[in-house]
Design a protein around this ligand. Sequence first.
Ligand code: OGA
Ligand code: FE
Length: 283
Amino acid sequence: MSSTTNGTGPSITTGIVSFLVPPADKSVELFAYPDPVTGGRKNNYQREDKQIFVENLRGKEDSVTLDTAGFQFFHAPAAHKTFANDEEIQREYYPESVELIKKLTGASRVEIFDHTIRRRNPDQIGDSPDKRQPVPQAHVDQTAAAAIDRVHRHLPESEAPKLLKKRFQIINLWRPISHPAWDWPLALCNYRSVDPENDTAPVTLRFPNRKGETMGVKYNPNQKWKYLYGMTPDEVVLIKCSDSLQDGSVAVFTPHTAFEDPATPKGSPFRQSIELRALVFYD
Ligand code: OGA
Ligand code: FE
């Protein structure tokens, strides 16, 4: 199967992914900070590499939704296709993506606050902020507290409190650029297979001018990881990072990670992708 250049891929594959190893003392604050020399990240905690099994949902794309699993695949070609520079992306790709997210989720208001382009380059050492690489590290982009912080940071103080009274989410819109992402695809973990209390821990990001908070993810063999083999630029996955609705009725967040897929056809072009981060509000 690993030598086919087309087709639907294997039914299941594997990856080696880095997971958080939280210290025994739960009161210790875990933190990470940019290394001024390499631009990469340093931290005060341990990690471990583990093998995960990743089910290919090609042909079963509709078996997961934002509310049942925490992520959802859609066929959704974009008008903007070049992704050449940030200014153009903000001017052209942001507005159509706001409309797309509204249409796909039924949200009444969508505010995009950030994006990351990743173009894999095996010659690059480490993951620098201006040349982001796919990183095989299980994580969730924000904790619930960091999600609320984002609303205050990106929206006027006259609107934030009112918006936070209703349901709100942070959703990433992830899309391959230029060619299918056979190389270093994205694996996503079904929320229903995660033990939210025991499988995650907050990690403070200490930047020179501000703090952020992400969730590190601990390995748990019960976690059910999924991907879409050869995801094309005309396909997107919505990744729910946070949901204010936490009564148990819906998936709240989605651990995710890049991984090197042994089923990648030989000679596949390196993965290129863009992820947008959006505040998503409902009436
Ligand atoms: C994301 C993310 C990793 C990758 O979209 O939030 O973590 O390799 N992406 O694309
Ligand atoms: Fe992420």
